[in-house]
Design a protein around this ligand. Structure first.
Ligand SMILES: [Ca+2]
Ligand SMILES: [Ca+2]
Length: 331
């Protein structure tokens, strides 16, 4: 991990050009800011304060891992003591995300409503996919159903997902994590559960999320979890994590361990790119969920009990994993 001043950042990354007016005019941005408990004015102040602090050498970008592309992981700013600064985090996790990724997400399929979505979820078991050597092959009946109910864009997203499992075959586990994260950022638009499913909390399977092109935090998290599982990550190295943000909002992310001894990466739809768990001091962990079960955590990400509880202890997540079973490996 290295600390970098703004001049270093610009040298590698080009000047930041956060267009706050574009953010203010974007309904997708307003939803994201609302979920994070931030107004556009707060973002504007945070952005100015953040630049002042960078100029004064009071804050630094953290580069978790510099590579040839530079700053792949640079996301969170820290103060001199190495603590993440709320201003820098607000700007970088929301601003860069909104400008560079979420606003470019493909248009969702608006034709289908909650009824079609939930009917698809219920019927997934009858349309099992095939997995061979980490390659996903979806049931032709499923693709036809999605095209009928959600339009050609829904089918195209599912076919792109199949293709992803072929395209990343030769990549390292860390590269797979980064590519899976950006795959869903580029194809899924943020929508609240009420808008998508007509319920206050509905956890989608990855097929539902890609068919509709819509989801909220846990839907991104489940889709990334399932994709890494079918790419061969064992359940010991990937988890869904339910957390709280600094504004007290419930939130869900995926934890994925690339197996290099540096700890898991946090895949977060509100963040620009995955960073190591130890850098996400803004998140207060609550529980982990995977096919292995459910585990309550203390504030240091340590389990409260020495064993996992049954998945069914966390009903909504368990139900979504059940609906995802047709695209999960059977190991
Ligand atoms: Ca939700
Ligand atoms: Ca949801």
């Amino acid at each position: 991990m290295s600390k970098l001043k703004r001049s270093d950042f610009i040298a590698h990354h080009g000047p930041r050009s956060l267009d706050l007016q574009k953010l203010a005019d974007s309904s997708a941005a307003r939803r994201q800011l609302g979920e994070a408990g931030l107004g556009v004015d707060q973002l504007r102040r945070a952005d100015a304060n953040h630049d002042d602090r960078l100029d004064a050498g009071e804050a630094f970008h953290v580069a978790d891992d510099l590579d040839r592309d530079g700053f792949r992981h640079s996301l969170i700013d820290v103060d001199r003591a190495g603590n993440a600064t709320p201003a820098g985090r607000a700007v970088d996790t929301l601003g860069l995300l909104l400008q560079n990724r979420d606003l470019q997400a493909q248009e969702p399929s608006a034709t289908a409503g909650p009824e079609q979505l939930k009917a698809l979820g219920k019927d997934l078991r009858d349309m099992p996919s095939q997995l061979s050597g980490g390659r996903l092959q979806l049931d032709p009946a499923l693709l036809a159903r999605v095209e009928r109910d959600f339009g050609p864009a829904g089918r195209a997203r599912l076919e792109a997902w199949q293709q992803l499992t072929r395209d990343v075959e030769d990549k390292s586990d860390e590269q797979k994590i980064l590519l899976v994260d950006s795959f869903f950022a580029e194809r899924v638009s943020y929508r609240s559960d009420i808008e998508i499913a007509g319920e206050s909390d509905y956890w989608q399977s990855p097929v539902e999320t890609l068919a509709s092109g819509q989801g909220d935090c846990e839907d991104y998290a489940i889709a990334k979890y399932a994709t890494l599982r079918l790419l061969g990550f064992p359940p010991e190295r990937v988890d869904l994590a339910v957390v709280r943000t600094t504004s007290g909002q419930g939130h869900a992310v995926t934890l994925a361990d690339p197996g290099d001894g540096e700890g898991p990466l946090v895949m977060d739809n509100l963040a620009y790119t995955p960073v190591r768990q130890h850098l996400r001091t803004d998140l207060t962990p609550r529980l982990l969920l995977s096919e292995l079960g459910c585990q309550h955590l203390n504030e240091d990400w340590r389990p409260l009990l020495p064993f996992r509880l049954a998945r069914s202890m966390f009903r909504r997540g368990d139900d979504a994993l059940d609906r995802s079973a047709s695209v999960l490996p059977e190991d």
